[in-house]
Design a protein around this ligand. Structure first.
Ligand code: BJ8
Length: 425
């Protein structure tokens, strides 16, 4: 891919030699973790292709769209209502932040005890490694955790940034605050695109994004079968790619993959034997290429059957009601849908505990692994309540705190293997 796209990357201002290094590591990592799997679905070839072109073809598509006058909007949080971007003929891309490659640069301006996700997006920008950030006409931040909130104050020196204020609670007054912020975001999007968000365009955008959520819901239902018909790694990858691929093309390809899954489930075939321990992940989002823990889990004799995470069911569980006719009604429907997100940044956050327990039961999970990035206060602190809720439901839990480095892989493996043995009994 490298030579073919070098000119484009140079034009975007990337550090070409560091970027080549990143792609090389990513390719090796992908080969070891993904291509080495047995009994993979044919439909995963599309994902392999998309990932192999992650900084190539998709970026080229974005450049072509920009040349045709469309605007690119990058986000870091599932709280940003992307429907508004698509309704203004913009393109929304989730900026990934799942690698530690720019960590040293990030630590020059951020404290070392900042979570890996924040260091990653700052590091990618400072090290000139991410063609997505460089393609963005606008980056959207949000006041979720303190780490992100304060990092955006610095980040705005480097990118055109719009920060949405998000509530911390879910009272009527908080909904009003969020609605005000959604309207302010709508205004910003209309300003940068020069396009008015009309009722018909917004309706279409709501359907577009709902359809992508629907197909991921279908995938989640199918993978709940026993034996599990798809590896957790592959399902995570599909969720990760959903953040930056073209929505209609993605939806079409995942429908085809689900058709294949359906046949597998009907035939009683699995990616693993029946009886292999089924584990559910819960916690912080795992952005591309953060595949460390899923790989450790699935090479320790277990299979992952679901992710209670923003790169997982938190982003796909709820649809925007499609019944609204006017822009006002549709904005209300968007606000209602997004206010149901149960991020640990909320206080109190009992919905998340219920979701975890319900999901673990529905998936017939033998145990839950709570995954938190080091220094992430919302999730590490909330893990206490998660533990109590699962204890009450008699579901075993393993709490993991880690980052993006490979240094703790052996230690993680030992702990996960012991947990797998425990849930087998
Ligand atoms: S809605 S989970 S995507 S904020 S891991 S940066 S919380 S210190 S990512 Fe998130 Fe939106 Fe919530 Fe989802 Fe802070 Fe924690 Fe780091 Fe985090």
């Amino acid at each position: 891919m490298s030579e073919k796209y070098t000119k484009m990357w140079e034009a975007l201002g990337l550090d070409i030699s560091a970027h080549d290094g990143l792609l090389k590591v990513l390719g090796q990592f992908y080969g070891d973790i993904y291509l080495s799997q047995d009994k993979r679905l044919k439909g995963m070839e599309y994902m392999d292709f998309v990932l192999s072109e992650v900084h190539g073809l998709r970026i080229q598509e974005l450049q072509e769209a920009k040349a045709a006058g469309r605007k690119i909007v990058g986000t870091f949080c599932v709280f940003v209502p992307e429907e508004l971007v698509w309704a203004a003929n913009g393109i929304c891309v989730g900026l990934c932040a799942g690698a530690e490659i720019g960590k040293e640069s990030a630590e020059k301006i951020l404290p070392r005890n900042t979570c890996a996700l924040i260091k990653s997006f700052v590091g990618f920008k400072l090290s000139k490694l991410c063609p997505y950030i460089e393609s963005c006409d606008l980056v959207v931040g949000e006041t979720t955790c303190d780490g992100k909130k304060k990092a955006y104050e610095i980040f705005e020196e480097y990118v055109p940034l719009h920060v949405m204020e998000l509530p911390q609670m879910k009272r009527d007054v908080d909904r009003d605050l969020f609605k005000g912020e959604v309207l302010r975001f709508k205004g910003k999007i209309e300003e940068i695109t020069g396009q008015e968000i009309t009722a018909s365009r917004l309706k279409e955008a709501i359907r577009l994004i709902n359809n992508r959520r629907r197909v991921l819901q279908r995938l989640n239902k199918l993978r709940a079968a026993s034996p599990s018909p798809i590896s957790g790694r592959d399902a995570l990858l599909i969720n990760q790619i959903s953040f930056y691929d073209d929505p209609p093309r993605f939806t079409k390809n995942i429908e085809a993959l689900c058709d294949e899954l359906e046949k597998r489930v009907a035939a009683g075939e699995g990616i693993v034997q029946k009886g292999v321990p089924r584990l559910m992940m819960s916690g912080c989002p795992m952005a591309v290429p953060n595949w460390k823990l899923p790989f450790v889990v699935e090479s320790s004799g277990a299979v992952i059957v679901g992710e209670e995470s923003c790169i997982g069911t938190r982003n796909t569980r709820d649809l925007v009601d499609e019944g609204g006719q006017s822009v006002d009604e549709m904005i209300d429907a968007i606000v209602d849908r997004y206010m149901r997100i149960d991020c640990a940044c909320f206080t109190p956050n009992p919905e998340r505990l219920d979701h975890i327990v319900d999901m673990a039961k529905e998936l017939k999970a033998d145990g839950v692994i709570h995954y938190a990035l080091q220094f992430c206060h919302p999730y590490t602190v909330e893990a206490y309540k998660v533990e109590k809720a699962l204890e009450k439901a008699n579901i075993p839990l393993l709490k993991i705190e880690t980052d993006y480095s490979m240094e703790d892989v052996e230690q993680l493996k030992t702990r996960v293997e012991a947990f797998v043995e425990q849930v087998k009994q």
